[in-house]
Design a binder for this molecule. Structure first.
Ligand SMILES: *Cc1c(COP(=O)(O)O)cnc(C)c1O
Length: 348
């Protein structure tokens, strides 16, 4: 057998995720927290003993799940934690669908959703957003999919799905509905209260964005205990390492005020940036997250010119219904001013 003959044919067109390594002074490309890490991190790391590293962490991140359950106001049986919400999304796909099943995913949305579906042998069915940048609920339900994925605020557009729309989906669709709330802290809307009524809802969250801990890799799902137990099976044990378990718990218990302060600053920076961009002829999409999406004529060309000025942004080519666009992370105002200065200098 040659290596090609034992490689999976359906993976031939799946590309490994490899964001461009940023050599830029200012990275506005990945929506992480540009204010840095929350205050409890240093003490939590300092309190860790070397002995803790010689041992396994808890198999299912019990101490962290208790902290997260307190934060979202749900029982601990409803919370599953993993190595980033990527790990959680991947585990959910494997828990509730079998090879050949379809998963309906809005387009554009988080690109990894279709990648995880395909790697598990599922068929992503991409359903274009409506003209108002909302998921096309009816088309998703009628797609014949076994499972639905929604993302609110949606990456990369920044728009939110109303709770009425989410409730409509949960009521009409007979299957699991993932609501990816990676950016929920930046908006006023969460589907979590709907968990009390709908057993087919799975909300996923992360500490990578508002909580400023992308490097620790902590994500979680909140859902009915029966579904949480299934996700535990497909995720496997020890996915939250000992440092992440310790630091994550401390931050979730102590630093929510810090997160709320950052959220307020993000909103201020975001609204000011969108006004400044509009004055320069860039009409960004309405965003409830910590990033803005700007439709542009040639995203690669603009990203290259900004990189030459030390600023990395995420370029998207020909997004469905939008065309070329760049996505910029919202951070402290001086960094946004640096972006504006660079744009002014690019002659774009
Ligand atoms: C960043 C992001 C994630 C992944 O977060 P991790 O917890 O770092 O794996 C998930 N969903 C969306 C929509 C994101 O933008």
């Amino acid at each position: 057998m040659t290596p090609h003959s034992y490689m999976r044919a359906d993976l031939a067109t799946v590309r490994a995720y490899s964001p461009p390594a940023s050599i830029c002074q200012l990275d506005l490309g990945d929506n992480t927290n540009l204010w840095g890490t929350p205050p409890s991190v240093d003490a939590a790391i300092a309190e860790m003993t070397r002995g803790a590293l010689a041992r396994y962490p808890s198999a299912n991140a019990q101490p962290l799940r208790i902290a997260l359950a307190g934060y979202v106001g749900m029982p601990v049986e409803c919370v599953v934690a993993g190595c980033g919400s990527d790990d959680i999304l991947d585990s959910i796909m494997r828990a509730f669908a079998q090879p050949g099943d379809a998963v309906a995913i809005p387009d554009p949305s988080f690109s990894m959703a279709s990648v995880f579906a395909r790697v598990s042998g599922l068929r992503p069915v991409l359903v274009p957003l409506t003209a108002s940048q909302s998921p096309d609920i009816e088309a998703m339900i009628e797609s014949g999919a076994r499972m639905l994925y929604l993302c609110t605020p949606n990456n990369p557009t920044g728009g939110i799905t109303s709770l009425a729309d989410i409730e409509n989906v949960l009521r009409s669709f007979d299957g699991p509905v993932i609501v990816d709330e990676a950016y929920a802290e930046f908006s006023d809307v969460s589907a979590i209260p709907l968990l009390r009524t709908y057993e087919n809802l799975i909300v996923t969250r992360t500490l990578s964005k508002a909580f400023g801990l992308a490097g620790l890799r902590i994500g979680y799902a909140i859902c009915a205990p029966l579904l949480a137990a299934e996700i535990e099976k497909t995720r496997g044990p020890y996915k939250v390492n000992a440092v992440a378990e310790r630091v994550g718990s401390a931050v979730v218990c102590n630093d929510v005020q810090w997160v709320m302060r950052i959220v307020a600053e993000v909103r201020e920076s975001r609204d000011r940036l969108s006004r400044e961009l509009r004055m320069r002829g860039y009409q960004s999409l309405d965003s409830s997250a910590n990033f803005l999406l700007l439709p542009v004529k040639d995203s690669e060309a603009l990203a290259t010119r900004l990189a030459a000025r030390g600023i990395a942004v995420r370029a998207f080519g020909d997004l469905t219904g939008i065309g070329d666009a760049i996505r910029v992370t919202v951070g402290p105002w001086p960094r946004m001013q640096a972006l504006l200065d660079a744009l002014d200098g690019t002659g774009a």
